[in-house]
Design a protein around this ligand. Structure first.
Ligand SMILES: [Zn+2]
Ligand SMILES: [Zn+2]
Length: 143
């Protein structure tokens, strides 16, 4: 997408509704999922408009784009936190940053690599996926 978008930020009513839907959702929704929710309040909104507004909100640091799973998702929680992903249903759960030991990464200085950001994701099985069947579920997943 390389349309020209205004650099100056304006909180429009549309944006407010989208941000509100995002912040109330705990599931890290995709644009499509947000579209279903927002449509109840703005029936004529298009999926493209949702995408554009999400981009702006991410640019403004009011939301975060998550590109870790199969689908791009959005996160309305902007304070530092990590994610746990279920390998079966692909749900994402928030882990408070304090629940994770410090992830100081030491690289050999001769590498000359400067770390600006570390991505950290916990993987496993969520409660419903664990409890769905009798006995533990084993599922082979290629890495
Ligand atoms: Zn699950
Ligand atoms: Zn999150």
């Amino acid at each position: 997408m390389n349309e020209t978008k205004p650099r100056r930020f304006r909180m429009t009513r549309q944006r407010e509704i989208i941000l509100d839907a995002l912040m109330r959702s705990e599931s890290h929704p995709t644009a499509d999922e947000l579209y279903q929710v927002v449509r109840e309040q703005i029936p004529r909104i298009s999926l493209g408009t949702i995408y554009r507004n999400l981009e702006v909100l991410c640019d403004q640091g009011m939301a975060t784009k998550l590109e870790m799973g199969a689908q791009r998702r959005y996160d309305g929680t902007t304070h530092e936190h990590y994610h746990a992903r279920c390998l079966i249903c692909d749900s994402l759960f928030d882990i408070p940053a304090g629940g994770v030991p410090s992830l100081a990464v030491q690289l050999p200085p001769e590498m000359g690599f400067e770390i600006t950001n570390v991505k950290f994701e916990v993987r496993g099985l969520c409660r419903p996926c664990r409890g769905g069947n009798a006995g533990p579920r084993t599922r082979q997943k290629p890495s």
